[in-house]
Design a protein around this ligand. Structure first.
Ligand SMILES: Nc1ncnc2c1ncn2[C@@H]1O[C@H](COP(=O)(O)OP(=O)(O)O)[C@@H](O)[C@H]1O
Ligand SMILES: [Mg+2]
Length: 359
């Protein structure tokens, strides 16, 4: 998998940009606030149809413009791909591969894959369980686009169930019960499927996570990752029945994969609350590295590594360790500071005020 070239129109601060990448390492340099992350975000958009910063699609369209276009030339297994995505503020997004419009923009998923490292990754360890669920779900979509459909189905039924619970306002009628029966059957099916995919993923990630942690941390430690779903033993259908009264009273769905947790521990202690900042950083890096390896292994395409200003957050030892533990493949890194020793880019890009120039 090679990303060769990227064209942007009205994406974030960019009016127009035309960027060529090195097959190995491309460095994106420039002071803060100039558009370095925006450039990496555009690459990421083609891979996931979303922003790795978690920004809504509207924020990706240049202020004052109606639509943004992200276009890339890539090569995969000897095949040339021209990928195009149109992001319409407040409207439907469209995508094309080799000029052929796709039925749904989601059909672009899987055409290219990325692994993103960002200074925000610390929230994977320190943040709420939702951050870790999103991490797992993003990796699943990288492994297979069908998980995107599974997540969409689950979100829909959760929204419907939530709306019904609120509407019922704690009052139980035969009609509410009947509708809940229908929603619960759907929720149980979609939820069991997604949770079991997440659990299998955690099982494949755990050994890689332990190895990756040893590579990036200054000292090795016992790292564990467990998928915790309190309902798993009885099954989601039974758990939903058991929780129904409570759900009606509270007006929310209290059990299901939207409440599950990816538990992380270092040396037997919960990483979120007990690990040092340095250990948490190492673990966050290790989570990204492990995901990268799992996706590379299972899809036989090495994702493009996007390193967004990560070196500014890391001490020199961790920077070196991260650089040394990165698997070979195409890498685009941005930095507002100097390049870490050992990073020798084939292409250097200078970004100033939303314009990119070879530097
Ligand atoms: N939708 C948008 N329209 C116009 N400009 C934007 C938009 N979104 C972000 N920007 C601009 O992009 C800048 C941030 O770029 P960013 O890539 O995050 O900088 P950095 O080089 O520090 O990574 C902001 O200062 C903002 O002016
Ligand atoms: Mg940035």
């Amino acid at each position: 998998m090679q990303l060769r070239r990227l064209w942007l129109t009205d994406f974030r601060g960019y009016r127009e940009a035309d960027v060529a990448f090195d097959p190995g390492l491309t460095a994106v340099l420039g002071p803060n606030g100039q558009g370095k992350t925006n450039l990496l975000e555009a690459i990421g958009y083609l891979a996931t149809l979303g922003s790795f910063r978690g920004a809504p699609a509207d924020a990706l369209v240049r202020v004052g413009a109606e639509r943004a276009i992200v276009r890339a030339e890539a090569e995969r297994e000897g095949r040339e791909l021209l990928l195009e995505a149109e992001i319409v503020a407040g409207g439907r997004n469209r995508a094309l591969i080799n000029k052929q419009p796709l039925k749904r923009a989601r059909d672009l998923l899987g055409a290219i894959r990325v692994t993103v490292f960002s200074p925000d990754d610390l929230t994977l360890v320190k943040g709420s369980p939702g951050e870790r669920r999103r991490y797992l779900d993003d990796v699943l979509v990288s492994l297979s686009p069908r998980y995107d459909q599974m997540q969409t189905d689950l979100d829909r039924v959760l929204r419907q169930r939530g709306a019904l619970l609120k509407q019922a306002g704690g009052r139980v009628s035969a009609e509410v019960e009947l509708t809940l029966d229908v929603f619960d059957a759907k929720l149980a099916a979609a939820g069991e499927a997604l949770a079991s995919a997440r659990r299998n993923l955690v099982a494949s990630l755990e050994p890689l996570l332990a190895t990756a942690y040893d590579q990036v941390a200054s000292e090795s430690a016992l790292v564990r990752a467990t998928y915790a779903a309190p309902w798993m033993d009885e099954g989601l259908a039974a758990a939903l029945v058991a929780a129904r009264r409570d759900d009606l009273r509270r007006g929310v769905s209290t059990v299901g994969p939207h409440r599950d947790e990816l538990e992380l521990s270092i040396g037997g202690l919960p990483a979120r609350t007990h690990a040092s900042q340095g250990e948490q950083r190492s673990l966050a890096l290790a989570l990204r590295l492990a995901a990268h390896h799992v996706v590379a292994e299972h899809t036989e395409t090495t994702p493009v590594l996007l390193l967004d200003d990560v070196f500014s957050e890391l001490d020199p030892e961790r920077s070196d360790a991260l650089l040394r533990s990165l698997p070979p493949g195409q890498t685009v890194l941005s930095t507002a500071g100097g390049l870490p020793a050992g990073a020798v880019p084939g292409v250097v890009l200078q970004v100033r005020a939303g314009a990119v120039a070879p530097g």
